[in-house]
Design a protein around this ligand. Structure first.
Ligand code: ADP
Length: 458
């Protein structure tokens, strides 16, 4: 689209610039602006209008604004709209309607990004895919993703995230999914909800806002997700470990660092499959992706082959092998009670060269009033697993450390640091040959600084 067409779709007025001008990309962050971009001045935590000049300095060919900005070079396109966020979303909707790919929408408390990546990988064996980059999954990320659609894209694999009721419904109004995937419902972002059932209700908005007809892809082993099929008039496809699932894993074998193998039951077919992951959560993410692949008619052989090519995302369970056979499992992207338990179980199952398994656990944020209880329970859980050293990081994790000791862990094997920076200074000196280190914590705790220091030293 040229400037004239863009402006019409946003119901804007061109203040300056050649109406025939075309743009390379659409962008809302002046720091990421490149030559030829159209910059949208979005009012968020900060007001994007304050960064229009910066965006233009970095090469933006135009900007969409809703209030006056200081004068810009006359060649710079400028479109004035009533509301820049609505303009961005309207434009995205228009582009979506023009290309009209089939849409896979993915939500859930844990594993959205991973499931999105897996799904895109499986579908790309037969389809031209557009997927959300990273976690472009909210009222800004979703439209920005849609604006990357090209005519050759037959399918869009999109992540729908939320931290409050109504947010997913709003995203489905921009783009309703044809296949709606719900990975699980867990205590994540709990501080914004009255309880876990309220989280389930908010996730179900993906089904309510889905296209008609649509297929729901649901985790059977999570009762709150399973129950979402009740009252759903479309097709429902279940994945999980239960025999009731059309897409399931049977005969699971844990192969240590080689991951896990299982029989993939795919509709009526059975296929031995290996996944290069040792975390059972990743198996669920894979099964969700496989279920979507079955909706798209991808043959089981292609799915099983692609399974071996999947890999963990950055900071989402990636393994680094250092000198002296030390291994680091970098799970520093995020943490919550359910994902932490799964990660600790995986750690206990892994072989270690010298027998030492070390868990460095940072605070789990956004749990609301129940946060102390969740940290205590995590400490108790950790004490029952095969961990040789527990390193707790952050004020909430003080409870985790205390409870691990109360539950029987030797206090000499429990360390505590106030924050990740302090931990990063001391922890690397503890590394020994053959160690296995798991690093996990909520994003806001910056456990990745510990991973960085460990890698530097190792
Ligand atoms: P989201 O996009 O929902 O935040 P991610 O795919 O980014 O989830 O994964 C976040 C973290 O949770 C990562 O550390 C990953 O290793 C872990 N994880 C991913 N999927 C699962 C799952 N199904 N169960 C338990 N942990 C998981």
């Amino acid at each position: 689209m040229n400037l004239q067409q863009l402006s019409e779709h946003m119901q804007g007025a061109i203040l300056q610039g050649d109406p025939r001008l075309r743009f390379q990309r659409y962008n809302i962050d002046s720091r990421l602006t490149e030559s030829g971009d159209l910059f949208f001045a979005i009012q968020s935590r900060r007001d994007g209008h304050d960064f229009v000049a910066d965006a233009v300095r970095r090469g933006a060919a135009g900007a969409v604004i809703s209030r006056d900005v200081p004068p810009l070079p006359t060649v710079t396109a400028l479109v004035r709209v009533k509301d820049t966020l609505c303009a961005l979303q309207d434009l995205a909707q228009h582009v979506f309607g023009t290309v009209r790919p089939r849409v896979v929408g993915i939500t859930g408390s844990i594993g959205k990004t991973t499931t999105k990546e897996f799904t895109a990988e499986l579908l790309s064996t037969r389809h031209n895919i557009l997927k959300s980059e990273g976690n472009f999954n909210n009222h800004l990320g979703l439209p920005l993703t849609l604006l990357r659609l090209e005519r050759h894209h037959t399918t869009a694999v999109l992540e729908y995230a939320m931290s409050a009721p109504g947010e997913i419904a709003a995203l489905t109004r921009i783009v309703p999914p044809d296949v709606a995937v719900i990975t699980n419902v867990k205590p994540v972002h709990l501080e914004f909800f009255s309880g876990i059932d309220a989280i389930a209700k908010a996730k179900r908005e993906l089904l309510e806002g889905a296209a008609r007809p649509a297929t729901a892809v649901l985790n059977y082993d999570d009762p709150r997700v399973r129950d979402m099929a009740a009252g759903w008039e479309g097709q429902a496809l279940f994945f999980g470990l239960s025999p009731d699932c059309a897409i399931r894993a049977e005969n699971i074998r844990y192969l240590g660092w080689d991951g896990l193998s299982f029989d993939l039951i795919y509709q009526e077919e059975r296929r031995p499959t290996r996944l290069p992951f040792f975390n059972r959560g990743q198996l669920y993410n894979f099964l969700a992706a496989a279920a979507v692949a079955s909706v798209f008619g991808i043959p089981v052989q292609a799915v099983a082959e692609a399974a071996g090519r999947l890999h963990a995302g950055d900071k989402r369970g990636r393994v680094y092998v250092l000198d002296r056979r030390i291994r680091i499992i970098d799970d520093s992207y995020n943490s919550n009670p359910a994902a932490l338990e799964e990660a600790l179980k995986s750690l206990s199952r892994l072989p270690s060269g010298n027998g030492r398994r070390i868990a460095v656990l940072g605070d789990m944020l956004e749990l609301g009033e129940t946060e102390t209880g969740y940290h205590r329970r995590a400490g108790e859980f950790a004490a029952r697993t095969a961990i040789d050293l527990l390193i707790a990081v952050g004020p909430r994790s003080r409870h985790l450390a205390a409870e691990a000791i109360a539950a029987g862990m030797d206090s000499a094997k429990v360390l505590y640091f106030d924050d990740s920076r302090e931990a990063a200074e001391h922890v690397p000196t503890l590394m020994q040959e053959g160690d296995v280190w798991l690093i996990k914590g909520s994003r806001g705790v910056y456990m990745d600084v510990i991973v960085k220091k460990l890698k530097e030293r190792g």
